[in-house]
Ligand binder design. Structure first.
Ligand SMILES: *[C@@H]1O[C@H](CO)[C@@H](O)[C@H](O)[C@H]1NC(C)=O
Ligand SMILES: *[C@@H]1O[C@H](CO)[C@@H](O)[C@H](O)[C@H]1NC(C)=O
Ligand SMILES: *[C@@H]1O[C@H](CO)[C@@H](O)[C@H](O)[C@H]1NC(C)=O
Length: 435
């Protein structure tokens, strides 16, 4: 009797553990403060590493709603982009000052934990300010940050847990899930990756066909690509050593990535204007190249290395994902009132949508995620009945494991996003995997 009583008392006590000094009590830019609670502060992701998080409770019934962790990609890009421009409860308006409630907010059905990862991204920082890292280290740091979150908010440790992300989150999420699934104290129910980077090779190869079949390349270039990059019906646009192939691929890349097409949604305009791979804006050199495509192509490689060595690149470079305009969220998050409201440390630098420092010093360990997905699928993350394949509609915004083994309907775990989410998915395009 005694111990049982004690533990239930403890649980009740812990139910109120949300850190009061992290609670956001007044957020600038809203005409009316929200009815749900939200928190912003730092999570410890290892010795001397502090990851900024913004946690929004579900709009109704947070206690029994799932806990969902969200990571934007990059590597080196901030999850505040996902918060303020994609599926957070408040969306930043073009004036960089006003926030509007989001009809399609994910926190209508779940408690969402937005984390800026790794250290060096957004408001996250480390004591040593050295921001070189790699996939292995990031997965572990994200795991430690999640553990720290549940230390601060133990009332959520029994809720269903989902790990979600997009783009380079295609690497972050399965590698984080590997840690999480081995921790019996965490209630992992599933993962979801949108527009994820799951294989550089498949990504590169499929992009060329995508471009051709959407009429972007023209027959002449296509014929040359076939001649120089393919043999016996098999094409290699990923790491082809043939110099002629490389040159033709240069033309292909120019059209697809640097001519102002929106790589995330071909039929949408390019937000932020025609990009080019880099340009100057005021004192800044702006690059849109997150380094996720054609990493094995010699021309691209040397270009990236040169950019990194340029003295100007060390000081004032901004890295914006293609066709994204980060002016409004930057204005908002860098205003002193907002920093104060969100409890941002004075140690944190000025907020930028992506960190050039983190991106260019990042060591990519995994070239494909097959192993991680097979491991995750093998352990019945769903834990139960087969999933009805019919319920994964073609318009679902998120799929799991599309790049791993052939889709096996019985082992697919997914979050069914209600119509609002699908709307979001449509708006943000799911065609291509970048950033
Ligand atoms: C980017 O957004 C800002 C603020 O909303 C706007 O003033 C600017 O015109 C936009 N830039 C481009 C190139 O669309
Ligand atoms: C990743 O970073 C950690 C910490 O710096 C280091 O110990 C490890 O060797 C690195 N792994 C790779 C594959 O670079
Ligand atoms: C590259 O193209 C040139 C001109 O079309 C041709 O003369 C040369 O043989 C090609 N080289 C290879 C390796 O295909």
């Amino acid at each position: 009797m005694g111990p049982v009583l004690l533990s239930s008392l403890l649980l009740v006590g812990l139910g109120w553990a949300a850190p009061p000094d992290h609670e956001v009590t007044y957020l600038p830019g809203l005409s009316k403060q929200p009815s749900f609670r939200h928190f912003s502060g730092y999570l410890c992701a290892g010795p001397g590493k502090y990851l900024h998080y913004w946690f929004v409770e579900a709009q109704s019934d947070p206690q029994s709603s799932p806990l969902v962790l969200w990571l934007n990609g990059g590597p080196g890009c901030s999850s505040m982009e996902g918060f303020l421009k994609e599926h957070g409860p408040f969306l930043i308006q073009p004036d960089g000052v006003t926030l509007k409630y989001n009809e399609y907010a994910w926190n209508k059905i779940a408690n969402i934990l937005y984390v800026e990862s790794p250290a060096g991204v957004g408001f996250s920082y480390s004591d040593d300010k050295k921001y070189g890292t790699n996939d292995t280290e990031v997965a572990h740091n994200n795991y430690l940050a999640l553990k720290d979150f549940l230390r601060l908010f133990p009332e959520y440790s029994k809720n269903d847990l989902f790990l979600t992300g997009e783009s380079y989150g295609g690497v972050y999420i399965p590698t984080l899930a590997e840690w999480v699934m081995q921790d019996p104290s965490l209630n992992l129910k599933g993962i979801a990756v949108g527009n994820g980077l799951s294989s550089y090779e498949i990504n590169d190869n499929s992009l060329v066909y995508f471009a051709y079949y959407h009429g972007l390349l023209g027959t002449e270039l296509w014929k040359d690509l076939q001649t120089f990059c393919c043999s016996q019906g098999k094409c290699n646009f990923h790491d082809n050593a043939n110099l002629n192939c490389t040159l033709k691929m240069g033309e292909m890349i120019q059209i697809v990535e640097e001519s102002g097409l929106n790589i995330y949604n071909l039929y949408a305009p390019c937000d932020g204007g025609v990009p080019g791979s880099m340009r100057y804006e005021g004192d800044y050199l702006i690059t849109h190249d997150l380094g996720n495509s054609f990493i094995r192509m010699p021309l691209r490689l040397s270009w990236r290395q040169n950019l990194f060595r340029m003295p100007v690149a060390r000081k004032k470079v901004r890295m914006d994902p293609p066709c994204t305009n980060s002016t409004a969220p930057s204005m908002y998050l860098n205003s002193p009132e907002v920093r104060k409201a969100l409890h941002i440390s004075p140690e944190a630098s000025e907020w930028q949508v992506c960190s050039f420092d983190v991106n260019r010093n990042y060591k990519r360990v995994y070239m494909q995620m097959n192993e991680q997905y097979l491991k995750l699928l093998g352990t019945t993350v769903c834990g139960g009945e087969p999933t009805d394949p019919g319920s994964i509609s073609a318009s679902s915004a998120f799929y799991l494991a599309e790049a791993a083994a052939p889709p096996t309907a019985h082992s697919v775990c997914y979050i069914e996003i209600p119509d609002p989410g699908v709307q979001w998915g449509r708006r943000h395009g799911l065609q291509l995997s970048r950033g």
